[in-house]
Design a protein around this ligand. Structure first.
Ligand code: NAD
Ligand code: UGA
Length: 456
């Protein structure tokens, strides 16, 4: 039985995943390492570098007992029986496949460190999202060393979402484990099954071959993103026809074969993974000579871009065909409510497009203001940040609500309206607020895929 686990990569996935494993396996020693010393220190101090509901409690329960964080990667590798690799796999920005393929440099560095420092028999678990057949490449690296150590590579992709990471890890819809069909591959897979089986019902632990597991992760994200693009495409038709996207989505989602999730129309999907994973999937298809399949998935990304541009275009048209010199208060810069994360946030792109129209943009966000400031650091003058939403909206011609923070629903909208220029516009990019109530206050309200409520 496995008694010593290591995770390389103490990020959004590595930290929470290992905290949950440590909680359910008090007899297993869990170590998490990272090349980023500051991150390691933050985790070790019990003040994690990321915010996830429930994470602090779970961390406190195991930290200093069977869970620790360390910057000494090499010794930790030498000591581990099972190593999860949870390093980042961003889109490659240079050379062959630039802008599409996954950048595997961090992953390969990790494979080489494991080869160099591992002792005896080690099970290596791919946790990062990787192109299909990466496990095979990893095995080739391991075989190249001519060392005595033996390695078994498993694929165990992570399906948690930010903001609900702990709940998703505690009660996953499924855990997926891909392994080789060999006796040693099956034995390694069984070791990992036994770990998850401490808290996940057996019927939710799916075992497949390695490539199915790798491909399932990429395509699961592509399917989720495709649903968002589909409902956004419907929202465009709604705006032209008088249909209401909320009513249409409810009608569609009531069909048990379709289901209600991921049918919320908005300014498009963001986050660190959907775009990168679809680009990676499309690149994989091209490399396999499947250009029609690649184009099919790329259309999901094109619709996502179109939705964002359409939102800004609608603002321009509604506001008498010019935004130049007008103050626009942007409510929310995070890619979704709850994590203070702005990676690939559609709100960042909307801000850039508003600035390109020469608007004066003032951004407010309950948790992601600093991160938004960093992402927009190179943007033109005309951009400001304000932690108080009432101050952000003061003197504004329009509000663009871009993240569905619950806090925004609780604001005093009459007070906000009182401080704005006339006519006051509200563009709800997440269908988050009650348009009728805002209209009664005096706003001209434009929601996504819903009839506009305007006196103009
Ligand atoms: P992250 O950037 O938050 O964390 C990755 C960590 O790996 C960083 O702290 C980095 O310093 C560290 N690292 C990089 N190279 C290293 C090396 N050679 N040695 C040690 N540490 C190293 O990334 P993340 O969001 O945790 O994502 C990790 C993987 O999981 C990605 O492949 C991603 O696609 C996938 N994933 C992410 C999520 C999510 O919600 N963020 C969900 C499911 C899957
Ligand atoms: C997503 C997946 O949900 C996870 O299963 C996956 O593990 C993860 O990516 C990953 O691989 O990184 P995440 O990006 O954290 O998780 O957040 P989601 O809740 O999926 O939201 C992604 C984006 O889609 C957000 O910008 C959100 O606002 C948008 N969205 C989501 C919509 O516009 N409409 C919806 O109906 C749902």
């Amino acid at each position: 039985m496995i008694k010593k686990i290591l995770c390389i990569g103490a990020g959004y996935v590595g930290g929470p995943t290992m905290a949950v494993i440590a909680k359910h396996c008090p007899d297993i020693r869990v170590v998490v390492t990272d090349i980023n010393a500051e991150r390691v220190r933050a985790w070790q101090s019990g003040m994690p570098p990321i915010y996830e509901p429930g994470l602090d409690e779970i961390l406190r329960a195991s930290l200093g007992k069977n869970l620790s964080f360390s910057g000494d990667i090499n010794s930790a590798i030498a000591d581990a029986e099972m190593i999860f690799v949870s390093v980042n796999t961003p889109t490659k920005m240079f050379g062959h496949g630039a802008g599409r393929a996954a950048d595997l440099q961090y992953w390969e560095q990790t494979a080489r460190s494991i080869l160099q420092h591992a002792r005896g028999e080690t099970i290596v678990v791919e946790k990062s999202t990787l192109p299909v057949r990466t496990a095979e490449a990893m095995e080739r690296i391991f075989r190249s060393g001519g060392r005595q150590s033996r390695f078994e590579v498993l694929s165990n992709p992570e399906f948690m979402a930010e903001g609900s990471a702990i709940a998703d890890l505690e009660h996953p819809d499924r855990v997926l484990i891909g392994s080789a069909a060999t006796t040693s591959g099956q034995a390694a897979m069984q070791e990992l099954v036994e770990i998850y089986a401490r808290w996940v019902p057996r019927e939710r632990i799916l075992t497949t071959n390695v490539w199915s597991s790798e491909l399932s992760k990429l395509t699961a994200n592509a399917f989720l993103a495709q649903r968002v693009s589909s409902v956004n495409a419907v929202s465009a038709i709604c705006e032209q026809t008088g249909a209401d996207v909320l009513e249409v989505a409810k009608a569609i989602g009531s069909d048990r074969r379709i289901g209600p999730h991921f049918l919320r129309a908005g300014i498009g999907f963001g986050g660190s993974c959907f775009r990168k994973d679809i680009l990676n999937l499309a690149y994989l298809c091209e490399s396999a000579g499947l250009s029609e399949v690649a184009r099919y998935w790329e259309a999901v990304l094109e619709m996502n871009e179109y939705q964002r541009q359409r939102f800004v275009q609608r603002m321009v048209v509604a506001m008498f065909n010019t935004l130049a010199g007008k103050r626009i208060a942007v409510f929310g810069v995070a890619f979704k409510a709850n994590p203070g994360d702005t990676r690939e946030s559609p709100a960042i792109q909307v801000c850039r497009e508003l600035l390109a129209e020469r608007a004066q943009v003032c951004v407010t966000d309950p948790k992601a203001l600093e991160s938004g400031r960093r992402d927009l650091g190179d943007a033109a003058p005309g951009l400001s940040f304000e932690s108080d939403p009432y101050a952000a909206a003061g003197g504004a011609h329009a509000i663009a609500l871009l993240t569905d923070w619950p806090e925004f629903g609780k604001l005093d909208w009459e007070r906000i309206y009182a401080g704005m220029e006339r006519p006051a516009f509200l563009f709800d990019g997440r269908n988050h607020l009650d348009p009728e109530k805002l209209y009664q206050i005096g706003f001209n309200v434009y929601s996504i895929g819903r009839p506009q409520r305007s006196r103009l």
